[in-house]
Design a protein. Structure first.
Length: 132
């Protein structure tokens, strides 16, 4: 497995597991049966941290939709450099920080982590165009 694929795999695994804690909160707040239905219980909100985690999950999925194809294109083109490996690692850690600070509600750090992740994606695009 290439280093880029290693970081992609970690990112996919993290993104795929983010839903678990907020679903456990949903069971705690709404009870066991309502979450299995098609309609939420009216007037019953999730915990604030869980609502933020749901938003972070949506954002993680949106960013994975950009990151994964970039890594796959790098592999298809046979491009693997220190910059691409580093960018993939930075992307993973930026997304992890983004998730953590989103859950606890730290807005400016959250934005900084998002921008760092975006920058890592930009490095991958530059590598694909041969600009790195």
């Amino acid at each position: 497995m290439s280093a880029e694929f290693f970081w992609l795999t970690l990112t996919v695994a993290m993104t795929g597991l983010i839903w678990v804690p907020y679903m456990l909160d949903r069971f705690a707040v709404r009870g066991i049966m309502p979450p299995f239905g098609n309609r939420p219980r009216e007037g019953v909100r999730q915990s604030e941290w869980a609502e933020r985690m749901m938003a972070a999950h949506v954002n993680a999925v949106e960013n994975l939709a950009v990151f994964a194809p970039l890594v796959l294109m790098l592999a298809a083109m046979g491009i693997s450099t220190g910059a691409t490996v580093g960018a993939c690692a930075v992307f993973f850690w930026a997304r992890l920080v983004h998730l953590a600070v989103y859950i606890v509600g730290i807005p400016f750090v959250r934005t900084a982590a998002f921008v760092v992740g975006f920058g890592a994606q930009a490095v991958l695009v530059f590598a694909l165009f041969g600009w790195m």
